[in-house]
Design a protein around this ligand. Sequence first.
Ligand code: UDX
Length: 467
Amino acid sequence: MQIAVVGSGYVGLVASACFAELGNEVICVDNDSSKLAALQRGEVPIHERFLPELIARHRGQRLFFSGSLERAVRASQVIFIAVGTPSRNNGECDLSFVEGVSREIGRAMNGRKIVVEKSTVPVCTSDWIRKIMLLNGAPRSSFDVASNPEFLREGSAVTDFLYPDRIVIGADSDTCAGVLRKLYEPLICRTYARQKDAVPAPDDATTIPQLIVTSAKSAELIKHASNAFLAMKISFINAIANICEAVGANIEEVCEGIGSDRRIGKRFLAPGIGYGGSCFPKDLKAFRSVAGEAGYDFRLLDEVIRINDEQCQRFLRKVRSALWTLKGKRIAVLGLAFKGGTDDIRESPAVELVRALVRELAEVVAYDPAATERAREVLADDAVTFGDNPYDVASDADALLILTDWEEFAALDLERLRNELKYPIVIDGRNLYSPELMSELGYMYFSVGRPDAMPKERDVTRLKKAG
Ligand code: UDX
């Protein structure tokens, strides 16, 4: 199929590369000329597994980058809108980019087309897209508007796209649903997975993804409700972790117990310093106001947000209680991205914590496998230095904080790390290590929702770095 994808952000770029991988001819459109030039040169602006390989494989063959929305629309049968929907000050989505694109699509129409929202948008946006296109000259019978929300996670976006749990098609006509179903057929029937050069399936991929065909409005709601539910799961488990800390229980044991109920499930029950990223914080606020506009006061979401905000503050209190005063202390920070596997620092609790430590006049030395460059830009005014590896930043530090769940951090040489530190204190916001092991290795180890671990050796000063 001939496809246009408008917007080369996370969703747009991954969708473009993956639709090309499925055999379609794709034009990815963006109006940011420097980003466009970089994409045309073959550069990949985000750190995302398998994306560089797919772009290299299809660029110039089946995948093209263009600044002309009009030409892309005219050449395409299906047009995906994947532009940004940033938060306004009151938490609502700013839909002006979606409106602008709908206007241009309406003006460029030259035959039957399907316009599909892929950005996360409030319910009823599809109606607005239709109205705007009609107002701008698109003949009523020449197009359908559908909603096809994307559930990809940063860090595993390509495999989430190619091996999804479910595909949601929100279409108000059978013909339109049929065209979109055809587009996804290689994923639904798993013919893609059998291709010899296919991106390998992750171990936990479902065998056959479920195809869910709904109305456009239901599909819009599915996306917001999914993200709100997942965020609620995280806040819920963080609240339980806080109770565990207060009574001396262990959140891992509690998670094992509740997660083994299949109605609840084990996934998304990892406690920590709270959720961040470009989706959950923004989508929760937007969904809150969507519900309000619909006349429903969704106060549960306020509480989910409040618990999340408080989780960072609680971690900071943990740091204070482990170190007493922070002024002048050298604190090593591992992790700046909002989660492992990405260089994205948007709404990252790690960055928020670094800022809070700097405000308390601590001397922060940070390392992240991928997000350092982005963090350097946003922390330019703060007194933070950056190291080249975990051992480097640990050198002579009063304590080490783990703020992002990178796999690399879970595999550190903990003896070497301890020898680098001035004091063997680790405060882990992601529960990467076993408290028993840390105790054996001579650490004072504080994590989330689990009992604190003290060094097996009696004399902590003996573990101080020589000199
Ligand atoms: C999320 C949704 O998962 C995805 O379906 C949607 O399309 C976009 O938003 P993403 O933001 O990339 O994806 O990351 P995700 O893996 O969901 O993690 C979000 C945040 O929650 C991260 O900060 C992560 O560290 C945190 N998290 C996640 C937890 O604290 N505990 C968990 O158990 C899971």
